[in-house]
Design a protein around this ligand. Structure first.
Ligand code: AMP
Length: 212
């Protein structure tokens, strides 16, 4: 099953992807993680993406579309995937259709903006293993240190207050129409994402079961 997971930054797409990988046994592909990885390696894609990503803007469509279409063509995606963070613009959605990539369901993680701001500004990540914490809802038992690998936790560059504001503006302007695109195609599953992660995951699994 080819699943898209969409929603504002901080709506919980990443958390749900991780839980769905285990329950559906298909890979999750996060374009945000791909971009961060390319930047940290200093690859050609990373070099083109860096200034956009660090300021909260979207990486240009031509860069993202090529990278994602190539990734979806890899053998681990042949039985389906969860695509987190793509498409984020109408041209990206259209490029998938044009390339003949079928989408079975587009999950929309619906959450009020004030909740998202609270989540993002309290998020801490491990600079080494990528584990995600939150200062109030999911604190590390070791304070500002990662529980798994003892590395200091950091605030992602794009989780700083001004950048959060910019990311939300970009999301409303550019990704809003993409949600509408899948709604019109009858593929959208709207999920109340202001809820605990386990209830959300149960709801998604139930809804997917009904559509199979
Ligand atoms: P995320 O962690 O999903 O919020 O992604 C982090 C950053 O990666 C975004 O702010 C963008 O700069 C870039 N990015 C991720 N996915 C896309 C996409 N589909 N189109 C353009 N830029 C993207």
């Amino acid at each position: 099953m080819n699943i898209l997971i969409m929603g504002a930054p901080g709506s919980g797409k990443g958390t749900q992807s991780v839980s769905l990988i285990k329950r559906l046994n298909i890979p999750a592909i996060s374009t945000g993680a791909m971009v961060r990885d390319a930047i940290s390696k200093g690859s050609p894609v990373g070099k083109r993406a860096e200034a956009f990503a660090n300021s909260g803007a979207l990486v240009p469509d031509d860069v993202m579309i090529d990278v994602v279409l190539e990734r979806l063509g890899m053998s681990d995606c042949k039985d389906g995937y969860i695509l987190d963070g793509f498409p984020r613009t109408l041209p990206q959605a259209q490029a998938m259709d044009k390339a003949g990539i079928r989408t079975d369901i587009a999950i929309f993680m619906d959450v009020p903006e004030e909740v998202v701001i609270k989540r993002l500004s309290g998020r801490r990540v491990c600079g080494k293993c990528g584990a995600i914490y939150h200062i109030s809802s999911l604190p590390s038992k070791k304070g500002e240190i990662c529980e798994s690998c003892d590395t200091p936790l950091v605030v992602r560059d794009d989780d700083k207050p001004l950048t959060i504001k910019k990311r939300l503006e970009v999301y409303n302007q550019q990704t809003g129409p993409v949600i509408q695109y899948y709604r019109q195609k009858g593929l959208l599953l709207t999920v109340d994402a202001d809820n605990d992660a386990e209830s959300i995951s149960d709801y998604i699994i139930g809804a997917i079961g009904h559509r199979k």
